[in-house]
Design a protein around this ligand. Structure first.
Ligand code: NAD
Length: 256
């Protein structure tokens, strides 16, 4: 049986936890040589060891560190086929509550990091396409919160909306270079990122009631969508925004 990602090289940011870890495991299980990049060294190294992959520690909000991540992978593997820009942080607060440092930090991690990685990954994928006819695939983890707005999550919503249009921009500019780029918009997913929401009285109950499937999603369910987008089965899908939210975004928000 041919594995979907046999002889492909993948880089998964935020791969130490949640959606990124599940994606790294799924891609590796289907034949990819996976590099995990994360701030969290011990859990990142553990996930990488579990899948026979490589771990690279980096703070991707730092442009030089993000560029080094891609250069390091290219030096080691010689190619980059799949880039999953998934690292991210959450942030609570309405605009007047946000100090400039918090605003900048969330924009730097949730948005700038995608730009940083693509600055180096796109030219490498383009060069591979010109030389050998094989381009690359980029999947950016945005959010349902980038398509509409949540009460009280101002900067996170703004950053994720920008990730969606950054994905479209990359897709239209680099289709000619054999590079497909799509954005995944998860709804509420049960990962450490969402855990602090449980401390806000009544919030999880209210949000879960608004999900037609009646539950938060699992990281593994997001990994399946990312793997599909990264696979040849999605060969004609680029510039798309794929929502995986248990139906939460399908209604007007009026209480049921
Ligand atoms: P998570 O907290 O389990 O994983 C995020 C990972 O990103 C962590 O391992 C963290 O260490 C890493 N990270 C954070 N800042 C970093 C930095 N500066 N450099 C490198 N790595 C960094 O959360 P998750 O839910 O798996 O989140 C993955 C992505 O999914 C994020 O982009 C998040 O915004 C998005 N998302 C999550 C949800 C949800 O409900 N969990 C919903 C929509 C979108």
């Amino acid at each position: 049986m041919t594995l979907r990602f046999q002889s492909r090289t993948a880089l998964v940011t935020g791969g130490a936890s949640g959606i990124g870890a599940a994606t790294a495991r799924l891609l590796a299980g289907e034949g990819a040589r996976v590099t995990i990049v994360d701030l969290e060294s011990s859990s990142g190294a553990e996930v990488a060891a579990g899948i026979g992959g490589h771990f690279h520690a980096a703070d991707l909000s730092d442009m030089a560190a993000a560029e080094a991540m891609v250069h390091d992978l290219l030096a080691r593997e010689g190619r980059l086929d799949i880039l999953v820009n998934n690292a991210g942080i959450g942030s609570l607060g309405e605009v007047p509550d946000l100090d400039p440092a918090q605003w900048r930090k969330v924009m730097a991690v949730d948005l700038d990091a995608v730009y940083h990685a693509c600055r180096v990954a796109v030219p490498a994928m383009r060069a591979a396409f010109r030389a050998e006819g094989r381009g690359g695939v980029i999947v950016n983890t945005a959010s349902l919160s980038g398509l509409a707005a949540d009460y009280g999550f101002a900067v996170y919503n703004v950053a994720k909306a920008a990730v969606i249009n950054l994905s479209r921009v990359l897709a239209i500019d680099h289709g000619k270079d054999g590079i497909r780029v799509n954005a995944l918009c998860p709804g509420l997913i049960d990962t450490p990122l969402a855990a602090p929401l449980a401390a806000i009285p009544g919030l999880m109950e209210k949000w879960t009631r608004a999900i037609p499937l009646g539950r938060a999603g699992r990281a593994e369910e997001m990994a399946e969508v990312i793997a599909f987008l990264a696979s040849d089965a999605a060969s004609y899908i680029t510039g798309s925004v794929i929502v995986a939210d248990g139906g939460a975004g399908a209604h007007t928000g009026q209480p049921n």
